[in-house]
Design a protein around this ligand. Structure first.
Ligand SMILES: Cc1cc2nc3c(=O)[nH]c(=O)nc-3n(C[C@H](O)[C@H](O)[C@H](O)COP(=O)(O)O)c2cc1C
Length: 321
């Protein structure tokens, strides 16, 4: 059974699976691997560093790819978006801020716009400002996000923006999650954490191993790691990572962190550069329990699709299956 949806039809895909454009983690090789396996690979242009974006677009070679950006950062400097548009990507994905002007730049270039939202209200804004696909991101997600949970948010967004195809994001890392998303009316999924632990991801090998060993019981949304990375994220967004001693200490004492911020930033940077993830951040979500290996990304796409097809043919929760 092929999983044919409005999303696979729009982009000519074999599987309704998109790679989340994880800043500095989803490079060109990872995006290419996902696209080559029949999904849609999105390069994590993140904070809009033109040099990084240019290099990773080149690394995608002749494979299909899209590029994702953090919208409020593009408001400060639009150069990386212009560069990506000039490379004629399969799609541009925008997340984290409602900016009709930036959305129009993408639509005017004739590039399909994928727009990630965290609420029904934001989804309506995206619908009214040119989104070709809307990603409904629940709080379970790794990385930045907001408050609403994936399970009720996805069908609410599907209802609000029909007939625009919706992708479910947040907490999906295997075929059961993909099958469930399709049951909610989504036209596919966008997965980040699952691909963070893949061979082609630019995440540190020690961070991949931490995620493989971790449980979703031990992740936390907080602003601590943004403060330690000197990134001034606007409200209401915070970042979900694996919990570790640094996060536990300062999340409980944000004012205390203010008093020692310079020393803590220095310690954080040393830990990150030396691969010490008891102190640096592993950016991943509640799907951690379902992530138990770090194979090539193409294998993950094939595995998720096959598991979803099997689950939809014989729902594992129904007696008699
Ligand atoms: C390491 C990491 C970095 C991320 N960076 C970005 C980003 O730069 N831009 C973005 O739109 N979303 C980013 N996200 C969020 C993803 O787009 C997506 O919503 C999320 O990964 C879905 O939840 P999951 O991690 O449970 O699959 C990131 C997620 C992770 C795990």
């Amino acid at each position: 059974m092929a999983l044919k949806t409005a999303f696979t039809e729009l982009f000519g895909l074999k599987h309704p699976i998109a790679l989340a454009p994880m800043a500095l983690v989803a490079g060109g090789r990872l995006a290419a691997a996902v696209s080559d396996a029949g999904g849609l690979g999105l390069i994590g242009g993140g904070y809009g560093d033109p040099e990084w974006t240019e290099r990773e677009i080149a690394a995608a070679g002749n494979s299909r790819y899209g590029v994702g950006f953090i919208t409020w950062k593009l408001q400060e400097n639009i150069r990386a978006l212009e560069l990506a548009l000039a490379a004629n990507p399969a799609s541009i994905m925008l997340s984290f801020a409602e900016d009709a002007g930036i959305a129009r730049r993408v639509s005017d270039a004739g590039v399909p716009l994928i727009w990630q939202v965290q609420s029904v209200e934001q989804a309506r804004f995206a619908r009214d400002h040119g989104a070709a696909v809307i990603v409904a991101q629940g709080s379970e997600a790794g990385g930045h996000g907001a408050a609403r949970a994936t399970l009720p948010l996805v069908p609410a967004v599907v209802d609000a923006v029909a007939p625009i195809p919706v992708l479910a994001a947040g907490g999906i890392a295997d075929g059961r999650g993909l099958a469930a998303a399709l049951m909610l009316g989504a036209a596919g999924i966008l997965a980040g954490s699952r691909f963070y632990a893949s061979a082609e991801a630019l995440s540190h090998p020690a961070a991949k191993q931490k995620l493989v060993a971790a449980s979703g019981d031990h992740t936390l949304r907080s602003s601590v790691f943004d403060r330690l990375r000197r990134i001034d994220w606007p409200r209401p967004y915070d970042i979900r990572t694996l919990a570790n001693p640094v996060l536990a200490r300062w999340d409980a004492d944000p004012d205390g962190l203010s008093g020692v911020i310079d020393a803590e930033i220095a310690a954080f940077e040393t830990a990150r550069d030396s691969g010490d993830f008891d102190h640096a951040a592993v950016i991943a979500g509640e799907a951690a329990d379902l992530i138990n290996d770090a194979p090539p990304a193409g294998e993950l796409v094939a595995r998720m699709a096959a598991e979803a097809e099997a689950a939809l043919a014989r729902p594992p929760g129904l007696l008699g299956n």
